[in-house]
Design a protein around this ligand. Structure first.
Ligand code: ZN
Ligand code: ZN
Length: 387
């Protein structure tokens, strides 16, 4: 593929000043930065292309040669990378950023996270995420809960304070990088020397190596341990929901960033109440005499027992709605209802006396089922139920 003109790539005129070139590149680098365009191949290509153009045009010497010979100089170069362009990897590109944005980690301010490995500096270790399950009763879900949980995880080694070294004198300046944490590679090209920087492979960018390791953690800087963690569970959570506590996962050695604690919510089934979204369902059984004569009964709710009235002549299948006796929604003041589903209980065994009384009533005119037009059908009740 033919290379585009470097001036076109950066969108500047041939005679542009060094300052204009820098400004134009800064704009492109922000626009096509991989942290902002994750997975976007085209943006990545643009990002690399701009870096290559800047690499050449920012150097007075390279720019002069480019102006004179154009891309033609490329073909005769020893490593095929020419101006260093085609061969530039991401680490090389990020190492450029120091002088365009000023400071070592230029993208921290722009994109929040920053790029720890950029510029061949110190590589920051990150602890892994940790997953735990928390079981909650319906009452705890209704009110929100504070749970103190002992978590078995990687913690910082107290003996070496996470450094992994036996003592302070155990550190030795890295021989590969001389303590800078970065290694420079100089390549000779037809256009002069090209310099690239990457993280030192010997010390992993830390600038020092450990002569004698901590005897407790064997140089890891972390050990297996326990931590008592207080988890604030908001009201209204449900089975399968995940909460995350940043930095409460496994520790990372040598001043690294700890992972996150991921909390998976599990519901302990309630003895009598069933959950349906934010509503709570209770199956109430009344015998046909109570349903006929009317009565008042106590029903359980998540806030404790509540007395409800059963009207005389109540039919089986009726649903009573206790407003606001359900569960709250997460981060909302809205609360669901409790639905009391009335079932008529029919006795299964009778004494002789009971049987005689009922037989007297059996053919009584008022005991003959007579639903009439005003009685709600099963279908209508179900509709009411779900509204
Ligand atoms: Zn090193
Ligand atoms: Zn240790």
């Amino acid at each position: 593929m033919a290379k585009r003109d470097y001036y076109d790539v950066l969108g500047v005129a041939k005679g542009a000043s060094a300052d204009d070139i820098k400004k134009a590149y800064r704009k492109m680098a922000i626009k096509y930065h991989p942290d902002k365009n994750q997975g976007d191949k085209e943006a990545e290509e643009k990002f690399k292309e701009a870096a290559e153009a800047y690499e050449v045009l920012s150097s007075p010497e390279k720019r002069q040669r480019y102006d004179q010979f154009g891309h033609a100089a490329n073909a005769s170069s020893a490593n095929g990378g020419g101006y260093g362009g085609g061969g530039m990897n991401m680490d090389d590109i990020f190492s450029q950023f120091g002088d365009i944005f000023g400071g070592g980690s230029p993208f921290e301010g722009f994109f929040g996270g920053g790029r720890q490995s950029g510029g061949g500096g110190r590589r920051v270790a990150r602890g892994s995420n940790l997953r735990i399950k928390v079981r909650l009763t319906l009452e705890e879900i209704a009110n929100g809960a504070e749970k103190k949980i002992k978590v078995n995880k990687q913690i910082i080694c107290k003996t070496c304070d996470g450094s992994g070294a036996k003592d302070k004198s155990s550190f030795q300046t890295c021989k590969t990088c001389g303590g800078s944490g970065a290694v420079r590679r100089v390549t000779n090209t037809i256009l002069g020397q090209m310099q690239t920087t990457s993280t030192c492979p010997t010390c992993n960018g830390e600038g020092s190596t450990i002569l004698s390791k901590c005897t407790v953690c064997h140089g890891d800087g972390v050990v297996r341990g326990e931590e008592l963690i207080t988890i604030q569970v908001p009201a209204g959570v449900s089975e399968g929901m995940q909460l995350s506590m940043s930095g409460k996962g496994n520790a990372a050695p040598r001043g690294g960033v700890p992972g996150d604690l991921i909390i998976l919510i599990e519901e302990v089934p309630h003895e009598t109440l069933k959950r349906d979204g934010n509503n709570v369902i209770f199956d109430l059984h009344v015998n046909f005499i109570d349903a006929t004569l009317g009565t008042s009964v106590e029903v359980p709710t998540i806030d404790g027992k509540v007395k409800i009235k059963i009207d005389p002549g109540t039919q089986g299948g009726k649903i009573l709605r206790l407003k606001g006796k359900g569960l709250p929604e997460v981060n909302s003041y809205h609360r669901g209802d409790q639905l009391v589903h009335i079932n008529i209980w029919t006795p299964k065994a009778l004494s002789r006396e009971e049987r005689e009384i009922l037989e007297k009533l059996q053919n009584s005119p008022n005991f003959k089922p007579n639903p009439g037009k005003n009685e709600k059908s099963f279908f209508e009740r179900m509709k009411e139920y779900f509204e």
